[in-house]
Design a protein around this ligand. Structure first.
Ligand SMILES: [Zn+2]
Length: 374
């Protein structure tokens, strides 16, 4: 286990690459933003937008995939207020919304005066899939993530639209297999977030192909035939988590802190529309030795808001804490006893990173920021 010498991201993150200088690709990509010719990118962006702006008269000229989070708020601000487009917002709803998340999504419509078209995921399938994906992959939000990558593409085409915005390329920005910087989000569904394991879900016959269909991404061929241009806003404007949050606040975005204080995170503004969604984030801890605190601390260090030394104690303290509310909500949702839950959690611990004592408690074999020590 090797840590980036600038931030606190270890090389256990799937797909992440490190440069010879000991810095991770996300740190390099963040630095690259400082020398990127943003005026040129903005010219390209204006060219792209002007191709569609007002193209269909008073009808929408583009679509934005939104969740209601800070990045969504930033996107709608940028596309509607700055670029003067007429977007429709496409959202995948949550089953276990937080009040704050629900209000933030409604705020997008209210503040920016936009229509929202959203899908409420199939409750039955969400429940079955959350359980299966937890047991089989250690990624309980697999189905929700698949929908987020499928629904906006499909709906944009159904609406006869051609320009579809996503926020950032997570592989490029935070590390992953497909970390090349491109304006196009065509290959986004191939990233590592949603593993292509469709057959795995069908093998025991609980679920039919029909029931999974809405989470299936249209093929590249279908998108090309339609002339769909899915793009990342982060290619055209500098992308910074905390900056987006500051902008979003000015447009009515609310953090979670007044409703719920989560354990295991160092902020209350990222991925806040559903509490149990964070179980997915937490599972990176047993698997890879880093979770939400590492991710956010690394973003802050890259942005120069905090130093590596300052953040080490926070990562040590927070990453290992799984919020009890998450466990309660999740086990209730999938109807699982705590005992079974914890025995499945045991399965996801990487024994190179952790040792288990005689009472079942796991202990880190690594030192945050350093690597394996025991
Ligand atoms: Zn780094």
């Amino acid at each position: 286990m090797k840590y980036c010498k600038k931030c606190l991201m270890p090389d256990t993150r799937p797909g992440i690459t490190f440069h010879e200088d000991g810095m991770c690709a996300p740190c390099h990509n963040y630095e690259k933003q400082k020398t990127t010719d943003w005026n040129k990118r903005l010219e390209e962006f204006e060219k792209l937008c002007s191709k569609y702006r007002g193209k269909y008269g008073n009808y929408y000229d583009c679509a934005i995939a939104v969740s209601g989070g800070k990045d969504s708020t930033f996107q709608v601000y940028y596309i509607k207020e700055v670029m003067k487009m007429n977007p429709v917002l496409l959202a995948v709803g949550n089953i276990d919304w937080t009040e704050t998340g629900r209000k933030n999504l409604a705020n997008l419509s209210d503040t920016f005066s936009c229509d929202i078209i959203s899908i409420t995921p199939n409750h039955n399938i969400t429940r079955i899939m959350a359980k299966k994906a937890f047991i089989e992959l250690g990624s309980p939000t697999w189905y929700a993530d698949a929908l987020i990558y499928a629904y906006p593409y499909r709906m944009a085409m159904k609406l006869g639209l051609h320009l579809l915005f996503y926020g950032e390329n997570v592989n490029y920005q935070y590390g992953g297999k497909y970390d090349e910087e491109t304006p196009s989000a065509k290959l986004q569904p191939l990233n590592d977030v949603v593993k292509p394991v469709w057959d795995l879900w069908l093998k025991d016959g609980d679920i039919t192909e029909k029931e999974l269909e809405s989470a299936k991404q249209p093929t590249l061929d279908e998108c090309d035939k339609h002339g769909l241009e899915p793009v990342y806003l982060s290619y055209y404007v500098p992308w910074d988590t905390h900056h987006n949050y500051e902008v979003a606040k000015r447009w009515g975005f609310r953090h979670l802190g007044h409703e719920y204080i989560r354990e295991g995170t160092i902020e209350q503004y990222n991925q806040i529309d559903s509490i149990s969604y964070l179980l997915n984030q937490y599972l990176k801890y047993p698997k890879f030795g880093h979770a939400s605190a590492t991710e956010m601390a690394s973003r802050w260090i890259r942005a120069g808001l905090k130093t590596r030394e300052e953040m080490i104690p926070y990562v040590k303290q927070y990453d290992r804490n799984l919020d009890q509310g998450i466990v309660d909500r999740f086990t209730e949702f999938i109807n699982m006893k705590p005992r079974e839950f914890w025995s499945i959690m045991d399965k996801w611990y990487n024994k190179e990173l952790f040792t288990q004592d005689k009472d079942g408690v796991w202990h880190e074999r690594y030192e945050v920021g350093v690597g394996i020590v025991k």
